[in-house]
Design a binder for this molecule. Sequence first.
Ligand SMILES: CC(=O)SCCNC(=O)CCNC(=O)[C@H](O)C(C)(C)COP(=O)(O)OP(=O)(O)OC[C@H]1O[C@@H](n2cnc3c(N)ncnc32)[C@H](O)[C@@H]1OP(=O)(O)O
Ligand SMILES: O=C(O)CCC(=O)C(=O)O
Length: 405
Amino acid sequence: MSESEQYSRNKLMDFIEYRPLDIEICDVTLRDGEQTPGVVFTKEQKLAMANELDSMGIEVIEAGFPVVSANEKETVKEIANQGFNSRICCLSRAVKGDVDAALECDVDIVSIFIAMSDMHLKYKYHRSLEEMLGCAKETIEYATDHGLKVRFAAEDASRTPIDRLKQAFKEVENEYKVQYVSLADTIGILNPTTTHYLVSEIFKEVNTSICIHCHDDLGMATANTLAAAEAGAKQLHTTVNAIGERAGNASLEEVIVALRVQYGIDRYDTTKLTALSKMVSEYSGITPSVNKAVVGQNAFTHESGIHVAAILEEPRTYELFLPEMVGGKRNLVVGKHTGTKALKGIINSIGLCLEREELCALIDKVKVCTEERHKSISRDQLERLITQVRQEKKTNEKGEEKFSI
Ligand SMILES: CC(=O)SCCNC(=O)CCNC(=O)[C@H](O)C(C)(C)COP(=O)(O)OP(=O)(O)OC[C@H]1O[C@@H](n2cnc3c(N)ncnc32)[C@H](O)[C@@H]1OP(=O)(O)O
Ligand SMILES: O=C(O)CCC(=O)C(=O)O
């Protein structure tokens, strides 16, 4: 099956003017994902997830925050030494000791972050902007002098005056050779319009590649990430299953599927997404909601008669992309909303065949049964109902024979 047969492209994009995307993904499941309250990944689990991310073609993996613990440091180091194609990044405060820990891990990139919003300066650091920016610069210089590539990340950027961000980024790019500057929507306050504005403003004045790190407190992290990409952001931060602090981060699966169907970027191996989602779900103990885009249990589950009847002819009538594209499976459910065509198709698919009259009787039973139980019916229950319908038919036929004798 050709790529274009796997999904419907959003052709409305042809009418929209936007900058052609020049992006890469930095997946932060192993760092921000693990900051989900209660989540602790083992070294083996982090290695397994990193391996999958690498094999999907994810360009950068943020493997952890080495100063958090000895085990964390050892894990980041082991991931950095796997010989992955993905570049390995780790987090660091504007503290030389954090950079020393990063250096011990052999990472490619260290992400040195500070917040420059009044809120964080006043209540978190109890220090002035000048003091914090001074610490950041010293730490950046220390890291670059030791041969590390640096991302300078502005935590709480979405609540920081834009002129302050521009000034800090310009100073840093003029004084040191940083690879990236990063804009974090730490508390998830942005929407797509304001994300686009923020990134465009920085893009106009800063020459260094921009990263976008979105949180999902208003359910807009994926949309904001894509808006940032349209405005010129290079590096898009994601987590598998959207796990992360509070409401989580932009979801890897949503972002890379959207990149394909909206913007035609198809270089990531999306067929691994469902297995990776299951892996992260098992390791984190967090199951995505059933209606989670791309990897939720209902992402390819259909019950409504009109939908299933059409899907049996052509799945793309009601599926934006086929389950195979993300390594998933379609599931047709028999329930209150099932129609005759759907029921016939489902019954045929399990190797059974009913006459029209039997199908009508079965539909009536399905509706009564599902309304009584307030849920759809299982395959076993369906088979029992089919047996009942057949028995009732036989009984009726015998009755009719007696009557005619
Ligand atoms: C938006 C983000 O996701 S940021 C990353 C959040 N991740 C984490 O916090 C990872 C888990 N954290 C930890 O294990 C610990 O908090 C550690 C190891 C990082 C630090 O532990 P501790 O040394 O005990 O410090 P503690 O957590 O009490 O306080 C944090 C300190 O870091 C300082 N700090 C916080 N961010 C930065 C920064 N970007 N640059 C410099 N200093 C910073 C705080 O001001 C505070 O300093 P203080 O001790 O002088 O008041
Ligand atoms: O911008 C970054 O790279 C990290 C910052 C972060 O994790 C956050 O602010 O939520």
